[in-house]
Design a binder for this molecule. Structure first.
Ligand code: PNS
Length: 168
């Protein structure tokens, strides 16, 4: 069995993330979504809340390929987590050159530290503009994000940002 990790901040999960996880699950027997802290990002939701939203999105998708994907919080270094669970690789989506510039040093460092390879998937163009940071900014200003994130995410974001619930 080949295990890979789809790591990320997932603060919160978006439809773009879900698309990458779906495509990883179509190629590998065992996919684990690793919810981790990125020291370069301040973070809104706690890691357990983010992981819960990922689990809910996978379950509610109704897709058999996604139902077998596991979700875990990565407590420390991603490479240590990969070693613990026996993952041979990391799968990451790239929306464009900016993402590549950010991801390449991490991919090379992870391989330097442990030999774990990173596989980059080109992000689907439908989601090229979708970023967790933009989603949070839109919610912060009362805008709509229902077609950018899985069901249930907007409500959690609004609550975390102290925004009134939709329709109230
Ligand atoms: O969604 P992001 O913010 O692009 O994901 C980056 C993330 C969380 C995968 C990265 O910051 C990470 O791997 N954090 C865990 C700690 C770690 O291993 N740091 C060294 C990376 S070379």
């Amino acid at each position: 069995m080949t295990t890979v990790v789809c790591p990320g901040s997932f603060d919160p999960i978006t439809l773009g993330h879900l698309d990458v996880v779906r495509r990883a699950a179509s190629m590998f027997d065992d996919v684990v979504v690793g919810v981790a802290k990125n020291p370069g990002k301040s973070g809104l939701l706690d890691l357990e809340t983010r992981a819960g939203l990922v689990r809910a999105a996978l379950e509610s998708s109704g897709e058999p390929g996604l139902a077998r994907v596991r979700v875990a919080v990565v407590p420390g270094l991603l490479v240590d987590f990969c070693r613990e669970i026996g993952a041979v690789g990391v799968v990451k989506g790239l929306r464009g050159g900016g993402d590549f510039d950010a991801e390449q040093p991490m991919a090379l460092m992870n391989r330097h530290l442990s030999g774990v390879e990173t596989i980059f998937l080109p992000g689907d163009q439908r989601y090229a503009h979708v970023a967790s940071s933009l989603v949070k900014d839109i919610v912060r200003h009362g805008g709509p994000v229902d077609d950018l994130v899985p069901a249930g995410v907007p409500e959690v974001l609004r609550a975390a940002l102290g925004q009134p619930a939709a329709g109230s």
